[in-house]
Design a protein around this ligand. Structure first.
Ligand code: ADP
Ligand code: MG
Length: 407
């Protein structure tokens, strides 16, 4: 019996002595250091190492490809993969060659010269205008660089692009280890959680997250709302929100109605931390209650709310956390997020954290090692949790097809 993941795994791919094209998610933040562009946070590169190392150990030659930023189909030197190739080389302890382009020039010659264990990184795949259009011509050209395709880019699996979906029409397509683990861990949260399942939602992008609220009203035992998200809910209840960032009032209203008739308890903050404006040195006050007067904005959940949420998290069988509780980048408004992060880190249940800023908050508090699963995919993890099919996963061979391909 296989687990819940029913796609063909890279573990079962016949890669020895062959060239393997691997889609990875190396969309990492860069920074300038001594006049040089360098990788500012290599979490995503490190997350791809197990698949890369497995393939090298098994005698494959690797052609890696990823997007970086949004170059809009044109070459942009500021978004070259060069800093990524350098950092990956350091992590692997081997030279990682950078191809001169994606498919043009002598990329195929460079690929032809690769031996077992060698690693080549293509230039930013979004330098090609066909990438985001899922152009079949580009997909076919990419496929010509190798004889097997592996997708380990969970963070890009919700996009049907040439490098995530199109190429699977031309090559046998396998799931990388990271992609497999992400899908397995996140699916388990919604389909087979230890109960009670407590979901903590916050952050700023309410419109991105309404889909998960709907789904979790059906499957979770408690949803705890914080961040700017709570102000959409307060507005929907007719509570004054002052100058707070408040969007998604209509969606919030629907969610409140849906919660009425469900077994899931939707909790909102009972107190807040207010500021005059969105800045670290603004005037700050704690308010016992959730009405925000004019001239103020809610920038964090208050200490009583944080305590309530920490208690629910401690009692949970499974915790999913997505979205900070406040503007945690500013010290005076980091308290709620820190309390939740610490509660998640200390929780005896299974803990899963997703969302770029939530993960950044965990890192900021030095707690990332104390969580069971830290998801690398923001949008992709939300879509999966909502119950949507991810095109990049769908395009892979089914497990049985993979078995046949090996026979
Ligand atoms: P994630 O990346 O974890 O999914 P989001 O991108 O949705 O999270 O939101 C993160 C951002 O939300 C942070 O930059 C934080 O400053 C902001 N934020 C959280 N609470 C508030 C608030 N009350 N008012 C304004 N911004 C907030
Ligand atoms: Mg974010």
């Amino acid at each position: 019996m296989r687990g819940s993941f029913d796609k063909a795994s890279v573990r079962d791919a016949p890669v020895k002595g062959r060239r393997v094209l691997v889609r990875v998610d190396f969309n990492v933040p860069l920074k300038d250091e001594g006049g040089e562009r360098v990788v500012a946070d290599d979490t995503r590169i490190r997350a791809a190492l197990p698949t890369i190392e497995l393939l090298r150990e098994r005698g494959a030659a690797l052609v890696l490809m990823s997007h970086l930023g949004r170059p809009k189909g044109e070459r942009d030197p500021a978004l070259s993969m060069a800093p990524v190739a350098k950092r990956l080389g350091e992590l692997l302890g081997t030279e990682v060659k950078l191809a001169p382009g994606v498919i043009e020039g002598d990329v195929d010659l460079t690929c032809g010269a690769l031996g077992p264990g060698d690693v080549l990184l293509l230039e930013n795949i979004r330098f090609e205008p066909g990438e985001t259009k899922n152009d079949p011509k580009l997909a076919e050209n990419l496929a010509q660089l190798a004889s097997i395709y592996v997708n380990d880019a969970f963070g890009a699996a919700h996009r049907a692009h040439a490098s995530t979906v199109g190429v699977a029409d031309y090559l046998p397509a396998y799931a990388g280890l990271l992609l497999e683990r992400e899908v397995t861990e996140l699916t388990k949260v919604v389909e087979d959680p230890q109960r009670p399942l407590v979901v903590v939602l916050g952050g700023a992008k309410v419109s991105d997250k309404v889909g998960v609220i709907d789904r979790f009203l059906e499957v979770a035992d408690q949803i705890l709302i914080g961040g700017a998200m709570c102000f959409g809910f307060f507005k929907a209840q007719g509570i004054p929100v002052g100058d707070s960032l408040a969007e998604g009032e209509d969606k919030a209203k629907e969610a409140l109605e849906q919660a009425e008739g469900s077994d899931c308890e939707l909790q909102l903050p009972v107190d807040l931390v207010l500021g005059r404006e969105f800045s670290a040195d603004t005037e700050r006050k704690e308010s016992d209650g959730v009405e925000v007067p004019d001239g103020w904005m809610g920038l964090d959940i208050g200490p009583r709310s944080a305590q309530n949420y920490a208690k629910a998290i401690a009692d949970a069988g499974t915790v999913l956390w997505n979205g900070p509780m406040g503007a945690f980048e500013m010290e005076p408004f980091a308290g709620g997020t820190k309390a939740v992060a610490e509660a998640v880190a200390g929780a005896p249940g299974t803990t899963v954290v997703g969302g770029g800023d939530s993960v950044a908050a965990l890192n900021q508090f030095g707690l990332e090692d104390r969580v069971d699963w830290v998801s690398t995919g923001g949008g992709a993890s939300l879509e999966l949790l909502e119950g949507k099919k991810l095109p990049g996963v769908d395009a892979l061979l089914d497990a049985e097809e993979g078995d046949k391909a090996n026979a």
